[in-house]
Design a protein around this ligand. Sequence first.
Ligand code: URA
Length: 301
Amino acid sequence: MVASTPDMSPQALAALLYFYAESGVGELCEDAAIDRFDQSAKILQSRNQSRPQPGAGAPAAAGQNPARNAPPATRPGLKAAPPPVAPAPQASQLTIPGAAAFEDARALAASANSIAELREALNGFTGCNLRHSAKTMVFADGNPEADVMFIGEAPGREEDLQGTPFVGRAGQLLDRMLGAIGLSRETAYITNMIPWRPPGNRTPAPHEIELCRPFIERHVTLAAPKIVVMLGNVASKSLLGTDKGILSLRGTWMEYTAGEMLIPALPTMHPAYLLRNPAQKRLVWADLLSLQERMEQLNSG
Ligand code: URA
């Protein structure tokens, strides 16, 4: 993003920054680093080129203001020309991780033998670009020993600030959904596919999901829940390895393979989607009742 704030009052600048923060812009920086030394050298060079050479051009007539012949940027009362805008980043400048980053993710995740080790391994993983724009790593919340593990998409703004999954508006709805079937953060374990907030809450890119996949897979294996609930499209499609959308997946029990285990898995709608489409809550309610029944069966059998 090229941020330019010429002649803005402090109030207008504050309103602009507030707007950016509300829109999810966490960092005011360019997509690609700007070489300011190179920029200054070019400005200086173009000024020197447009400056009349000694002896060149007609001498100033008597009474004529010599400043008129000065290069535009040095005329009194005129502002310097704005510096050239940095060129848009080329595709080749975008941070697409190489094969080594995927290999690193797999090796780090596999080396973790406990949830605490996995958190540490993830913390040491530098291959995912999202960690550089996020403020915190959002690992998990709730009870890692719980029978049921909920997997969302990625942290949003509140989660990024607090370092805890599902604490914003969608999280408050998730808490109400859990409460409706007698669950809470003491009896459920909650995490996300991606532990870092994507800038502006955008949907994680496929390569970001793939980079984080070994960690979430290992996370499920280490937590070994009796049931996994996938919240929304990203978690459902990528963990179940299907192209089907959540509207056709939801409410159907599937199996998720975690290491040697086959775990019953239920895809359902994401609470953020329900905030935008409250009429769909009745479908999720049916899914929650199905979950409750399955948990009762597990615990009575
Ligand atoms: N949405 C998610 O998928 N996860 C969170 O933690 C918050 C919002």
